[in-house]
Design a protein around this ligand. Sequence first.
Ligand SMILES: C[S@@+](CC[C@H](N)C(=O)[O-])C[C@H]1O[C@@H](n2cnc3c(N)ncnc32)[C@H](O)[C@@H]1O
Length: 401
Amino acid sequence: MIDLPESSTALPTGPEPAPNSESLALSAELLEQVRAEIAAGGGFLPFSRYMELALYAPGLGYYVNGLRKLGADGDFVTAPELSPLFGATLAQWFAPVLSGEGCEILEFGAGSGQLAADVIMGLDAAGVQVQRYRILEVSPDLRHRQQALLATRLGSERMVHVEWLDRLPEEPIRALVLANEVLDAMPVELFVWRQGRVWQRGVTATESGLAFADRPAPPALDAAVRELEQAAGPWPDGYVSEWRPTVGPWLSAVAERLEQGLIWIGDYGFPRRAYYAPERVTGTLVGYYRQQMVLDPLAWPGLMDLTASVDFTAVAEGAQAAGLDVLAYAAQGEFLLGAGLPALFEQSVAGKDDPKEIMQLAQQVRMLTLPGEMGERFQVMVLGRGCELPPGTFPDRRERL
Ligand SMILES: C[S@@+](CC[C@H](N)C(=O)[O-])C[C@H]1O[C@@H](n2cnc3c(N)ncnc32)[C@H](O)[C@@H]1O
């Protein structure tokens, strides 16, 4: 095992504003848990397990500890948080395939609940009654926030159609499945490519906190990384990146239940060749804290979001292996413009005479669609089984995968 000299961590340095004492206590408790697992693992914890603990350790991990995360006063803003036009566009685009009996939606990781509210209201406006909107949320805290927001936005009549799940339903489903910025929050393995050998980068404990350490990669990681290098290399010595082992199993679990329907995935990511391009020498893993990007992923365990881009080629491969059709792949901006955002914008500003409100909506459209904002960095993939794509024209980028 190699202990890396650039010992990185943790308390008390980091981005501003510094967390309060309550948050720091929570982080210190999580750090103890991480230290215990490192000790149990003989001084090494795979990064994927560190990320799992940092994000999802019961009561302490970032997504479950009850501290505010989404929105302008949180750590990051997602597309549905940025604008109600995002969910409204999805609703309008999907409406033709959801009309008819028994419209059902299953959303993974619903964040604040904003997307669910906008989709249900948007479908309602398009004359489609949602029979059942199920949310599979791994965070009890976010679930409470979603319940509060949806109760306010939807009112009791529509609220009866919303249910929360702890795990995938056992029975076959016919549904539209939504997952916006969910895959990027699933743990990744870190690896280093050194002189043709693959190393697994993990976490070790030091006197002052946590640091990275490397060891020879176990066989599954070794094989996966060699395939990535074949597809996108040759890589320079010292190349560091990520591999997400959970994408295939997640897709096959969803596909196993999906008798008929569509799966819409939105996230930041790239086709494989761009993700693992030789010049991307430090990968894509970053933290987010109070709208600031933090390059040290070991800083403040539990207080900062950890995220890595999505390899959309891996999503397409996982989907095909699970027997799903890959129906569309597009940049978010092109998708939204083709799926009806311009007309929805026109409708929303019609009759408004407050220039500030109109400017705000126009700014939201720019943020969602411009290539330098979320338009290109965020991508959309639609998978399906026994279902056609709704009408709407946007450039098909599947050949890039
Ligand atoms: C970055 S947030 C995105 C929230 C929301 N979808 C949005 O766009 O605002 C990531 C969400 O994914 C959830 N999540 C992560 N892994 C999950 C999984 N395996 N199943 C369901 N939800 C998951 C987290 O709990 C969190 O709600």
